[in-house]
Design a protein around this ligand. Structure first.
Ligand code: ADP
Ligand code: MG
Length: 289
């Protein structure tokens, strides 16, 4: 079956010399909900931006990123039909990225622009059908009543929900969310994670969400990919992550990602072996170092 996402031999060295991604290899199946965790600076945003085709990797021969079986970039070059692929990928940013002075409905409809003839997007005209679809999407994220308000009048949590509604209207099959709850209070954070989880279940969309803290990853995402200094150091079931494992993986930085993770405890007894292991098992630490 076609994978939602394939990343092969991806490295990224920034102009300053910093190696932000160090030979990333991973595959994510359609309909998976995956958390990308790691301390700040571990490469989460850089990886998501590469997948969305917003950045090119190093020109390593054989390096490649595919979304839904179509090549986004190869050997450090963006592929020509990347626009079509980008239309399948919804991106949710930490800072919401709405246009403050425009109504919520218009912000959400912007998700449709890729599908419109240039003259209609230019004149910002949307059909009644498109407006209805946008209000429906806002209903799914629980803020239909806010559709006529300016984006700037919404709370952070509501703005993030509108950003998610935009990916629904866009018809994104893959949703990449880069620390979508980092600026939110705990209740709004739970709301946003519930919504992402619901979209994943109900629409079968693939969701990859980067999270600074690990307890949310464990609560909402069956699979976790952990980055440390640009490398994948763990890729496996979230149920098998323990503070001890994270300390092994992250050393001194473990406290940063464990901080505030009140729900993450050492299991009282050894965890039973998972019934289905759909992903590669955790790497031996020697390999991860
Ligand atoms: P995270 O999202 O996990 O906090 P990032 O992907 O933002 O990490 O950053 C990974 C590393 O790459 C960091 O060391 C960061 O300083 C560096 N980095 C990110 N963006 C740039 C850039 N545009 N230019 C130079 N270095 C960058
Ligand atoms: Mg980041």
């Amino acid at each position: 079956m076609t994978k939602a996402l394939r990343v092969h031999n991806l490295s990224k060295r920034f102009a300053g010399g910093k190696l932000a991604l160090n030979n990333i290899n991973l595959e994510i199946g359609q309909g998976e909900m995956v958390a990308l965790i790691g301390a700040s600076g571990s490469g989460k945003s850089t990886l998501l931006r590469h997948v969305a085709g917003l950045m090119t990797g190093d020109a390593t021969p054989g390096s490649m990123i595919e979304v839904s079986g179509r090549c986004v970039q190869r050997d450090g070059r963006i592929q020509q039909d990347v626009r079509h692929i980008r239309s399948e990928v919804g991106f949710v940013f930490q800072q919401f990225n709405l246009v403050d002075r425009l109504p919520v409905l218009i912000n959400v409809l912007v998700g449709r622009l890729h599908a419109m003839p240039w003259w209609r997007s230019w004149t910002r005209m949307f059909t009644a059908q498109e407006r209805t679809a946008a209000i429906e999407a806002l209903g799914r994220v629980g803020i239909a009543e806010c559709h006529a308000q300016r984006a700037s009048t919404l709370s952070g949590g509501q703005q993030q929900r509108a950003a998610i509604a935009r990916t629904l209207v866009q018809g994104a099959k893959v949703v990449l969310a880069d620390e979508p709850i980092a600026s939110l209070d705990p209740e709004s954070s739970r709301n946003v994670m519930e919504i992402l989880s619901r979209i994943n279940r109900e629409d079968g969309s693939t969701v990859v969400v980067s999270l600074h803290q690990v307890d949310m990853a464990m609560r909402y995402c069956p699979r976790v990919i952990a980055l440390h200094q640009g490398r994948v150091v763990y890729d496996g079931p979230s149920s098998e992550l323990t503070p001890a494992l994270l300390r092994n993986l992250y050393g001194m930085q473990a406290d940063e990602i464990l901080n505030g993770s009140s729900t993450l405890h050492e299991p009282a007894q050894p965890a039973p072996a998972p019934a289905v292991v759909a992903w590669p098992m955790p790497m031996p630490l020697a390999q991860a170092a």
